[in-house]
Design a protein around this ligand. Structure first.
Ligand code: IPE
Ligand code: IPE
Ligand code: MG
Length: 251
């Protein structure tokens, strides 16, 4: 149980700091446009914010930080923006992985890697391998990730593994095959950039997550903005289907 159990079944400890924070980093393009800069300048600046947030989360003892970097739908963007984003991802991995390792951070990539070029896949594998046994923050980057893709790939693996169980599969059968099987479900979901949608992020895992939306554009999402999200989270009452009274005196 523990980490692997669904929060819809067991209530996670309501610590001060969320154990798992998942973020849709949105608004890079608009940040750049406001400054009469090309969209890619916003993406570049966005990487700097990732660096600060990772540092803060490690310091505040957040155990899992999951960042949506590129959705399965983002391939629909102009070719030059897509290649810029791939290049930026590659450069950031190369530049930052040693530092992550020094800080005991484990890096994991979730998403369909089959569309990435060989050099990028190799860099991802090397980075994951180097940091695999680190015990501090787990930083998950969702790249070419889609929530529907995740549920479907998990369902396919589950059915292949036990083909006799036709029609009798349970949530527990599916969960180990999901991309984030190593992590508890997110406690706090943050989306910057003003949109109020999930955009095919962690569909299964967000079932009981607390949502926080802010108009702040990702490149402006500094430490102060993150602390506001934490404070908002700390004011929530997480009931997981129960009543307020049951939380005071658990049945
Ligand atoms: C988020 O910023 C980054 C990615 C999706 C890669 P956007 O690029 O979506 O920025 P806006 O939403 O156009 O401002
Ligand atoms: C969601 O942002 C994906 C990432 C931040 C990687 P988008 O900007 O692509 O989302 P939509 O298209 O506005 O829903
Ligand atoms: Mg956007």
């Amino acid at each position: 149980m523990g980490f692997f159990s669904s929060s819809t079944q067991t209530i996670p400890d309501s610590g001060e700091i969320p154990n798992h924070v998942a973020v849709i980093m949105d608004g890079n393009g608009r940040w750049a446009r406001k400054r009469f800069l090309p969209r890619v300048a916003g993406h570049k600046r966005g990487v700097e914010i990732v660096r600060t947030l990772v540092k803060t989360c490690a310091k505040q003892n957040v155990k899992f930080l999951t960042l949506f970097a590129f959705s399965s739908e983002n391939w629909r963007r102009p070719d030059d923006e897509v290649s810029f984003l791939m290049g930026l991802f590659m450069d950031a991995l190369k530049r930052e992985v040693a530092k992550l390792h020094e800080n005991n951070i484990r890096l994991i990539l979730i998403g369909d890697r089959s569309r990435f070029n060989v050099a990028l896949v190799e860099q991802i594998e090397a980075s994951e391998k180097l940091t695999a046994s680190n015990t501090g923050l787990t930083l998950t980057i969702a790249a070419n990730y889609g929530g529907r893709w995740d549920i479907l790939q998990a369902a396919n693996k589950m059915m292949l593994q036990d083909s006799n169980k036709k029609g009798q599969f349970t949530e527990e059968d599916l969960m180990p095959h999901l991309a984030m099987h190593y992590a508890p479900e997110p406690d706090l979901f943050i989306r910057t950039g003003g949109e109020k949608r999930v955009s095919n992020f962690l569909l299964w895992q967000l079932a009981y997550t607390e949502f926080y939306f802010t108009d702040t554009l990702w490149p402006d999402f500094d430490d102060k903005a993150f602390q506001q999200a934490i404070v908002s989270f700390q004011q929530r009452e997480r009931r997981f289907g129960r009543t307020s009274e049951q939380l005071v005196t658990p049945a």
